[in-house]
Write a protein of this length. Structure first.
Length: 94
């Protein structure tokens, strides 16, 4: 069956290997899967630094942010997890 997976700010809270595990789990079990994700990126710009600091103060670290800080790394992670096609846009472009 065609499958849609929505991940809204989920993978960034996981250790990188666990995030890849989630992506791989879906890609290996659903041959017609579409994954739509919304994740934090760009931790080094002004907004990103503020976001990371605010979450750090609340003891809520973004464990996966360093592994996928940019759009290209988001795409590469999905491709490595078995997705035949991957695209990424930032919110301003979208």
């Amino acid at each position: 069956m065609p499958t849609l997976v929505l991940l809204e700010c989920v993978l960034v809270y996981l250790p990188p290997e666990d995030a890849v595990g989630v992506l791989t789990w879906f890609s290996s079990r659903a041959p017609r899967v579409v994954l739509a994700g919304y994740e934090q990126i760009r931790p080094d710009d002004a907004f990103g630094r503020t976001m990371v600091e605010n979450l750090r103060r609340r003891d809520c670290p973004l464990l996966g942010l360093a592994a996928c800080p940019e759009l290209a790394s988001q795409v590469a992670r999905c491709e490595a997890a078995g997705y035949a096609r991957a695209e990424a846009l930032d919110l301003h472009t979208y």
